[in-house]
Design a protein around this ligand. Structure first.
Ligand SMILES: Cc1cc2nc3c(=O)[nH]c(=O)nc-3n(C[C@H](O)[C@H](O)[C@H](O)COP(=O)(O)OP(=O)(O)OC[C@H]3O[C@@H](n4cnc5c(N)ncnc54)[C@H](O)[C@@H]3O)c2cc1C
Length: 594
């Protein structure tokens, strides 16, 4: 049976030592009472470990039941969702005006990671609801907000996002779902959507659909899409749930992983809905939901990586096979644990350096979201927004590619046992795979990075990262203890700058050059970002040790992991730069182009 223990100490390292969130106390809305941080982390860890984690394997094995339009979640899921709502986990970050608790995103991030580690299938339900509320909050009229948000914030009603149609996946401009305006200002929506996560289920009283559709006068393509909100069941004047609103679930998909999360074919037959935001500008509003969902999906990769790493480490410490090449470490036993083998240590350190680095990146993103929303200084707000714009595709793609790699390494470390269901590794490998595909495939994230983010405002987003990274290298240039790390980081940053320049120049004359290099560029960018995070983490650890901290092993492990990442992972930037600058000419496939 797999194990999971929430990485509380590491969350505190990210929050208190790396990001020093205490500096925002009293300066940023939501940061008034930071004494809440520890109890919230402890309570959510308990909820995840004791309620969500125990139904993860059983949910995968039992799967979902579809019965004439109804979807029944596996045993324990409905009750777990009720506990989730009662404990207020879904309402943490929303405004008190709609029943929320007004707490910062920076706290919600660790909670979400723990949920994803414990039970990814379950995590989609509150995650999508959270995104739907954020989109309503930003774009819906006050009347619609009052109608839907309080019950979504409490969790009584869940939320879904409905974009995909059979012929319209990445290319949403091809969608055909229609919206007919009515005299009373509402719309009747008709069409079919596929792959809708939690489009139907039995855990919440009502399901609120944020759906993309076309108005009768809509222009062709992506510029003719509008966003609507519609409830599965109509809402009576007193707020109670009424009759079905022409929304039905035609079937559910049978899939590789996340077996406890329903992926639904949804039919809309003149369902009554309301416009959210402006006509034909639905993508703009939907992007609020999608950008939040992209960060959530990144966290899904991270959550699975953490639990896969924990299990791989526990297994490796206990599994005796072979002897250390430097002589038996435990001569009194018949074999040494596999942790003595350099290749196993390489796999464990690859897992660990990804997981702890990506954790800081995700919580840093949450801090910047809080700053973007609440900081009084416009310049500070704008800088935070630049950082988020730049990092969103990186968080989504790098953290899900990494989640998949780390889950696979977890299986590898388990040897043959990793392939056996009981040990849990194969479920993690299956469950995490979808994170590289949905919410915009990772290839599309890479295009977003080179096409929109790199070129925006003459490279301003790019500078939101490169300037602080360069400053850090300069500040530590004469620090002997950091020399090994800053030298590697400097080389990585140079490769990133060269690659950015190459893509910027070549992409102008031939956009295929930028597109062909995009996935390698996203990986190059990501490892330099994580390299910077590790170099800064090592500096914090060195300072803590110099100040006589009694957590010697914790900080020494941080330094060792930083050294591993910067010397054994980051140098990949050399080969990535070579691959990028080799150009698109090597992507010709004569017999495909025939
Ligand atoms: C389990 C699951 C849950 C999902 N949940 C939801 C949900 O809740 N709501 C929802 O609306 N959708 C959902 N989806 C749909 C998901 O977001 C899409 O499957 C995804 O966006 C990819 O679309 P597609 O499957 O049509 O692939 P396609 O768009 O056909 O892509 C196929 C391949 O071509 C590449 N490609 C396509 N276009 C381009 C391009 N312009 N440039 C470069 N490469 C390109 C892609 O990267 C991919 O590798 C879900 C899907 C699954 C499987």
């Amino acid at each position: 049976m797999p194990i999971y223990e929430a990485p509380i100490r590491d969350f505190k390292f990210a929050l208190n030592e790396f990001l020093n969130i205490g500096q925002y106390q009293g300066k940023l809305a939501g940061y008034e009472d930071l004494t809440l941080v520890d109890p919230i982390l402890d309570e959510s860890a308990r909820f995840c470990q004791e309620i969500l984690f125990p139904i993860n394997q059983s949910g995968d094995e039992e799967g979902l039941k579809y019965d004439n339009g109804k979807v029944i979640l596996p045993k324990g899921f409905k009750e777990a969702y009720q506990s989730y709502c009662e404990m207020g986990w879904g309402s943490l970050t929303f405004s008190q005006e709609y029943g929320g608790q007004g707490l910062p995103n920076v706290l919600n991030m660790p909670v979400t990671e723990m949920i994803c580690s414990s039970n990814l299938s379950f995590g989609l339900l509150p995650g999508l609801t959270h995104g739907a509320i954020s989109a309503l909050n930003e774009y819906a009229s006050e009347e619609l907000k009052q109608k839907f948000m309080p019950k979504m914030v409490s969790g009584q009603w869940s939320g879904v996002m409905c974009l995909t149609e059979p012929q319209a996946g990445t290319d949403l401009g091809l969608m055909t779902t229609r919206a007919e305006p009515q005299a009373d200002g509402s719309y009747l929506i008709t069409g079919n959507k596929i792959f809708i996560s939690y489009g139907e289920h039995d855990a919440s009283e009502n399901i609120i659909h944020l759906i993309l559709a076309r108005l009768p006068d809509a222009p062709e393509g992506i510029k003719g899409i509008s966003l609507f909100v519609l409830p599965r069941n109509k809402v009576n004047d007193d707020g109670s749930v009424g009759e079905n609103n022409g929304v039905s679930c035609g079937s559910i998909e049978h899939k590789m992983g996340i077996h406890a999360s329903p992926t639904c074919v949804m039919n809309y037959d003149k369902a009554e809905g309301w416009l959210v935001g402006e006509p034909h500008k639905g993508m703009r509003a939907m992007f609020v939901l999608m950008n939040e969902a992209r960060i959530l999906v990144g966290l899904q990769g991270l959550g699975i990586a953490e639990v896969a790493y924990q299990n791989a480490l526990a297994y490796a410490k206990e599994r005796p096979q072979g002897r250390s090449l430097r002589g038996a470490k435990f001569p009194q036993k018949k074999a040494d644990p596999i942790t003595v083998h350099p290749d196993v240590r390489r796999m464990l350190l690859t897992q660990r350096s990804f997981t702890e680095g990506a954790r800081i990146l995700s919580i840093w993103a949450a801090l910047n979201m809080d700053i973007r929303h609440h900081h009084p200084d416009k310049e500070v707000k704008d800088n935070a927004d630049d950082w988020i714009q730049l990092m969103t595709p990186i968080i989504k793609a790098y953290m899900t590619d990494g989640g998949s790699e780390v889950a696979n390494l977890g299986m590898q470390i388990h040897g043959g046992y990793g392939f056996i269901k009981e040990y849990g590794m194969e479920q993690y490998v299956r469950d995490v795979r979808i994170t590289q595909i949905y919410e915009g495939t990772n290839g599309i994230q890479a295009l977003d990075l080179v096409g929109r983010k790199l070129s925006a405002h003459m490279g301003r987003y790019l500078r939101a990262f490169t300037h602080p990274c360069n400053d850090f290298i300069e500040e530590n240039r004469d620090n002997e203890a950091m020399a090994d790390l800053t030298k590697q980081l400097y080389a990585g940053l140079k490769s990133l700058q060269q690659a950015s320049l190459w893509i910027g120049q070549k992409g102008m004359s031939n956009p295929d050059e930028a597109a062909g290099a995009s996935v390698d560029y996203l990986r190059l960018f990501s490892i330099v970002v994580i390299g910077y995070i590790w170099a800064r983490s090592a500096k914090i650890a060195l300072d803590a040790l110099a100040a006589g901290s009694d957590e010697k092993v914790f900080y020494e492990t941080k330094i060792a992991t930083a050294k591993f990442f910067l010397n054994k992972v980051l140098p990949e930037h050399y080969s990535l730069l070579a691959k990028i600058t080799a150009g698109v000419k090597y992507l010709d496939i004569p017999d495909v182009d025939d």
